[in-house]
Design a protein around this ligand. Structure first.
Ligand code: NAP
Ligand code: G3H
Length: 488
């Protein structure tokens, strides 16, 4: 599939107005695999002029797309969902090479994306508006009726992160398209080959010219230009809090939907099923080396059961497989780049220096950081508060439920939280008090299933994603008020 979108020199092109166009600027970014440093391809570092064309094209095309029957839009998405599955092996392999994700997770991301797209089409077909009688408000009669429907916003700018280059791109593109918007899609640079592949799939499925356009280039170079572009009507961004804040500072009067960083806490109470808690903490903390926004990123355990929990976590960590997914099936893989690995390593070193007790791991080979667990982490340590986006988990011992809640809520982040307890009253008490978008009771923190609302509060984001929620976020209400001359 990718060979169809290269120029004669093998460089990738971008999808603009239904055509795969060669770079005009002639500057390229070379994408290499974090697994073996092999060269995967070059993508254009697009110029401002090229970005202008992408946005202008999207603007024009959206005027026609908004009038396309929802049923017809859905048919295109169903085809895209099918084509994704037909290419599952190739796309999963590309993803593994480009972002160093383990094979199993790559395959599940691809099939999950197909399901997401299909579900989005189904949902959009079944959404409807409402009519509101005026007579329900004091002083008005039923001769006045408001017919409320949802309208698209226009051009949606979709910016995705490296860690889910297919799913977190499609979960922006599909709802935007079903809502009648056109899309300018800027993938993460490391992940842009997967992004272009996805765009090719949407094109092959019959997305009309101009409805989906791609922009490649480094966020640090074209990010400000594209996010403040006058032609953009909505920005759907997933990525770091740092960049999310920047976008919210420099944009003006453009609605934003942002899913950002997290420091999800797993709170373990004295009556918890400790086997269940340990399994979920290990799976939630270390899969894809903790490079998930919803990874468990700290453990708050009450003193009475801390030792027992640590023993169980240690046992389960022994089963984690570590290494290069090119060589074997592994859970813990090398991090995306050396900058990320250096950052995680700094947090590990600082925790050790400040007296945290290393229980497992603490070993590094290049960008591969072995799954690491620290006990006796205190609130003085960076590891207690910062998002490592790597395979290291701090255990913070607490006296009781209220201390756990207090520390959990002191975080600048508020994505998700998990509570492990057999007591439904404690579960609800904690769920009620945690300042997060979602609380998982007796499960690891996680985004899916994808029709559930997914959101972060505080520095973890704004707005709500999830199939129906995303469609709604990318539409606005439009009210037409009928005023009948009589009310017999
Ligand atoms: P990132 O560095 O913030 O990059 C995210 C996207 O923003 C990339 O496409 C990037 O492009 C682009 N970008 C960079 N600078 C920009 C700018 N000035 N203006 C506009 N766009 C810009 O994040 P990442 O390293 O890819 O992903 C990891 C982070 O994302 C973690 O903090 C994680 O928690 C968060 N995340 C959150 C969720 C969630 O749903 N809450 C999901 C996944 C990830 P380039 O690649 O070209 O720099
Ligand atoms: O990285 C952030 C993703 O939204 C997490 O999704 O919980 O399914 O891994 P996940």
């Amino acid at each position: 599939m990718l060979n169809n979108i290269r120029d004669e020199k093998g460089n990738f092109k971008n999808l603009i107005n239904g055509e795969w166009v060669q770079s005009i600027g002639g500057n390229f970014i070379h994408i290499k695999s974090p697994l073996d440093d092999s060269f995967l391809g070059s993508v254009p570092a697009m110029t401002k002029e090229e970005v202008d064309v992408a946005v202008k094209t999207a603007k024009e095309a959206q005027k026609r797309w908004r009038d396309t029957a929802i049923y017809e839009r859905a048919e295109i998405l169903y085809r895209a969902a099918d084509i994704i599955l037909e290419n599952e092996a190739e796309l999963s392999y590309l993803m593994m090479m480009e972002i160093a994700k383990d094979r199993k997770s790559c395959r599940s991301e691809v099939s999950r994306t197909s399901d997401f797209i299909r579900f989005t089409a189904d949902t959009a077909k079944n959404l409807s508006g409402e009519s509101i009688p005026g007579g329900s408000f004091p002083g008005f009669k039923n001769n006045k009726v408001s017919i409320v429907k949802r309208e698209p916003l226009g051009v949606v700018l979709a910016i995705s992160p490296f860690n889910y280059p297919v799913n977190l791109a499609a979960s922006k593109i599909a709802p935007a398209l079903m809502a009648g918007n056109s899309v300018v899609f800027k993938p993460a640079t490391q992940g842009s080959l997967c992004g272009l592949y996805l765009a090719k799939i949407f094109e092959a499925a019959g997305t009309p010219a101009g409805i989906l356009n791609t922009v490649t280039g480094k966020g640090s170079e074209i990010g400000d230009y594209i996010t403040t572009h006058k032609g953009i009507d909505f920005i759907n961004f997933t990525g770091s809090t740092e960049i999310g804040k920047r976008i919210s500072e420099i944009t003006s009067m453009v609605p934003l939907l942002m899913e950002l960083g997290g420091k999800d806490a797993a709170i373990v109470l004295k009556d918890a099923d400790l086997d269940l808690a340990a399994s979920n903490i290990v799976a939630g903390g270390y899969s894809y080396s903790g490079q998930r926004c919803t990874a468990v990123k700290r453990i708050l355990v009450v003193n009475e059961v801390a030792d027992k929990l640590i023993e169980k976590i240690k046992e389960k960590m022994k089963k984690l497989t570590v290494g290069n997914p090119l060589e074997k099936d592994v859970d813990v893989v090398p991090l995306i780049n050396s900058k990320a690995a250096d950052f995680v390593w700094q947090l590990i070193e600082e925790a050790e220096e400040k007296g945290a007790k290393l229980i497992v791991g603490g070993k590094r080979e290049g960008n591969l950081i072995y799954p690491t667990l620290f006990d006796r982490v205190t609130t003085e340590m960076r590891l207690a508060w910062e998002e490592p986006f790597g395979p290291v988990l701090p255990i913070i011992r607490v006296n009781d439920v209220d201390e756990a809640i207090e520390i959990a809520n002191k975080s600048e982040y508020g994505l998700q939280g998990a509570v492990f307890t057999e007591n439904i009253n404690d579960a609800f008490y904690i769920a009620d008090k945690l300042e997060v978008g979602t609380v998982q009771v007796n499960n690891k923190t996680e985004r899916g299933p994808d029709h559930f609302p997914f959101l972060g509060v505080k520095s973890s984001g704004m707005g709500t994603q999830g199939v129906r929620y995303s469609i709604e976020a990318m539409t606005r209400h439009k009210a037409t008020v009928i005023n009948l001359s009589s009310n017999k």
